[in-house]
Unconditional design. Sequence first.
Length: 450
Amino acid sequence: MHPRIVIVSCSGCPPDFMADQLTANTVPWIRAEPGIHAITAIGRHRPSVVVVHSGTEPESRVLATIHQIKRNYPTIPVYLMAQKSSESLAIGALKAGVDDYFKYPFCGKKLLASIEHRLSRHAGGLRDDGVADRFSGKLIGKSQTMVELKDLLERVSIVDSTVLITGETGTGKELAASIIHESSARGRTPMVSVNCAALPDNLVESELFGYQRGAFTGAVATTRGRFERAQRGTVFLDEIGEMTPFAQAKILKVIEDKQVSPLGGGPPLALDFRLIAATNRLPERLVEDGDFRADLFYRLNVVRVHMPSLREHREDIPLIAQDCIKGLNRKFNRHVKGLNQKTVDLLYRYEWPGNVRELMNVLEGAYVNMPVGKIEYADLPPYFKNKLVEYQHVPIDERHRIVSALLETNWNKSTAAKKLNWSRMTLYRKMARYQIVEKRSHRSGEVNRT
């Protein structure tokens, strides 16, 4: 009988309480030492799960063990049980690819329940792209970009660290925050959102920290603030780039102290919350320009999630559009079947500065023309058709688009990236994917671009 679990004990001593739990629940298991012994044991027994147990040994040794296991057996789920936990270990383990993370003290039954949940999900819940289908109906797309994003969000949800989500407007930053929250151990508690752009200084303290009855004119009843309402849950700070210096200082203090003092007196309230923040602006640039406190940025920038623009995964447009059309059919009681091919081709060419949100708005606008069967070009909103005129001759194929942009800019990669509305790193990554190179002849000085 093959063991379902291999325990790799970095500390040299087996976690007896876990062994007892496994034995009591008749779950087959073996223990292995780190290094080649663990790799050999995993290869021989092909367990369903590997549990790495760390004691007081250096974090580097624990992370090296996880890296080694994931490198050799990337499809086997790996759990980390940390006797000596720290935020750096949690983040390092997340980056190394652990599938779940437990720190002492914790209940052995919860660990087993998590393992059972993951095994049942892997047994029957895999999509064609190989990623657990826990985001069905939320994040749509099967491109490599979206597969990597879903995998990152799943791993981020494991640890309880602060998360900073960046990305252009309309890319789904709030959706990503809700996915992280709902998939985390805090998923059954509230996620309280704060729109930092709509938070005037004179309401910061009363809205965020609450107030006692009679604290100011109009305070007719004691009211809990946003942070208190998120007790044991998640606080989502949206549009942090728009926060005033006053609000930044107040939020920094709450993050540091983990407590608030309501207006009007009363003892400070101890808080237990996870913090997720989001911005459509580059936070490093905000800090450089003096518009955002560096100390607050460092507090928020613990785990970074970047939401890709729609331009970076155009191949997902048909899937996203089809999912949106299903929702619109329910909303308007219609029976539209999808998009015709000409319309799809035009949508591929467009740059989508408003990203997925813009695509959804365009499709909803098409319903005004009461499309029958499939949405055609004539059904699209007039303002959008006017925009499409300049994109009618843009190559659909992404490789052709990249080469065209490079040729038009004389292979100036910075200018080409701006023309494509990408970062330079995105351009370099896609050039490597499509094997687009610029070869120079040292003898003649001629350039051969392929």
